[in-house]
Design a protein around this ligand. Structure first.
Ligand code: UDP
Length: 286
């Protein structure tokens, strides 16, 4: 069963699943309770791109907090295992590098990213309290920047922005000086990690980092995408948004040890598939 309110998701991404006998799609917003019979829950709900989660920040916090309460309530009633898509944003603008799960983070609680960061932090708190208080079997994954085919062309995050602008020959916008770093995980690797985490024993709750530990500056990413698309796009510099983290890279020692997981797809290979996806999408639009 796939629940989505389609705020950032798109029906075209699941249309190939609709005629499968065991697949059901339900339009639902997790801020409202729902009664279903389930044995595993992946709580992935919440816009994840800064432009989308800052569009209606109150709703973003509600999605994480009320969504967690409603899904944990469902898990408690049905006895289901429940996995939370948490985030590297719980580390805020980190003073510890690479980020280890034991680091408590450095989040500005009143900044423009707080609706997402604090919402996800509160969701983690709820997960661990349901685990301690009600013995709900929980799994918490801290997901680092993830990309791949089926991203929305207006998603607003850096990989899709750079690819779409490079393919259109428009200037690529670098926020700040472009020396901030991120570590990009291809979507298939991430899904593999989530499925492995769900399959662990009850005592493996996380939180556990899932991401690709290879770190790039935004300038390096832009240059790589320009060369892979043979684009004539120029780089232009725009102001850095408030509280934009300077560095981000996961320590994935725990995922290697507990899940026997590490990403297999390099940035070049992942970008290749993502560029092909956007190339076909934009070609059909024209
Ligand atoms: N960024 C950029 N140009 C863009 C979009 C994003 O330079 O068109 C920068 C952004 O300021 C940040 C990094 O790329 O430093 C990653 O941004 P994204 O929104 O993808 O994810 P997040 O900041 O949540 O990691």
């Amino acid at each position: 069963m796939c629940l989505d309110n389609y705020f950032t998701g798109s029906k075209s991404n699941i249309v190939h699943l609709l005629n499968r006998p065991y697949f059901e799609s339900i339009r639902h917003d997790v801020t409202s309770p729902i009664s279903l019979e389930v044995d595993e829950i992946y709580n992935l709900a919440c816009p994840a791109s800064p432009v989308h989660y800052q569009f209606d920040p109150v709703q973003t916090t509600k999605t994480s907090v009320l969504g967690a309460i409603n899904m944990l309530g469902l898990a408690k009633r049905t006895g289901a295992k429940i996995l939370q898509a948490s985030t590297s944003e719980v580390y805020g603008d980190p003073e510890v590098h690479p980020q280890v799960e034991g680091y408590f983070g450095s989040v500005n609680p009143v900044g423009i990213r707080a609706c997402y960061d604090e919402g996800k932090r509160c969701a983690e708190t709820l997960f661990f309290d349901y685990y301690r208080q009600h013995a709900v079997p929980i799994k918490v994954a801290r997901i680092f920047n993830t990309y791949g085919p089926r991203m929305h062309p207006n998603d607003g995050r850096v990989v899709s922005n750079f690819i779409v602008r490079a393919l259109r020959g428009l200037p690529i916008e670098i926020y700040g000086d472009g020396n901030q770093t991120r570590s990009f995980c291809y979507v298939d690797d991430l899904v593999d990690g989530l499925v492995k985490l769900m399959a662990t024993d009850q005592d493996c709750t996380g939180p556990i980092n899932l991401g690709n530990p290879v770190e790039f500056t935004m300038i390096e990413l832009a240059k790589l995408i320009i060369s892979m698309t043979n684009s004539k796009s120029l780089l232009v510099f725009k102001p850095l948004p408030q509280d934009d983290p300077a560095r981000r890279r996961p320590c994935i020692g725990m995922a290697r040890e507990k899940l026997d997981w590490s990403p297999r797809i390099s940035l070049e290979n992942g970008l290749d598939k993502t560029i092909s996806y956007f190339f076909n999408l934009l070609k059909n639009d024209e």
